[in-house]
Design a protein around this ligand. Sequence first.
Ligand SMILES: [Zn+2]
Ligand SMILES: [Zn+2]
Length: 156
Amino acid sequence: MRQSRFPLRINVGFVLSLPLGDSRDVPFEFSKIILSPELEMSDFKGQTRFGRARQGILLQGDFEAWINQECTRCLEPFPYRISTHVEELYALDERNVTESGLILPQDGNIDLAPIVREYLTMEIPIQPICKPDCKGLCPECGQNLNQGICSHRQAA
Ligand SMILES: [Zn+2]
Ligand SMILES: [Zn+2]
């Protein structure tokens, strides 16, 4: 199944008609979703809340997903879970805009993808390891020492 071009796009215009302080919850769920080449995710889940604030619409969201990583010690691929919490204001006008620069478009259509991509990308480890005690590879023969020791290691 092909991913829609804007899987995280949602029209939140209706939130503006809610009383101040009121909110609506919107869940997102995708078995596969790609937000960037580094962010090919599976089991993506998002729990979002859109609240009516005086200055605009307040997004509060929790997002989690699994990505494939390659261990920097043993080079084996392994699944890694990333998660993040997002709080952003989509301002009604320039005067209320926060440093994120998000403004609610006239038509109420917002795309959460850039924000979610930015937050989740920060959760990707720089030097991923498959497990804290990964033994890595033998520097001489390349044997994955998690799977068994080689003659070099036995002699050591
Ligand atoms: Zn490893
Ligand atoms: Zn070896």
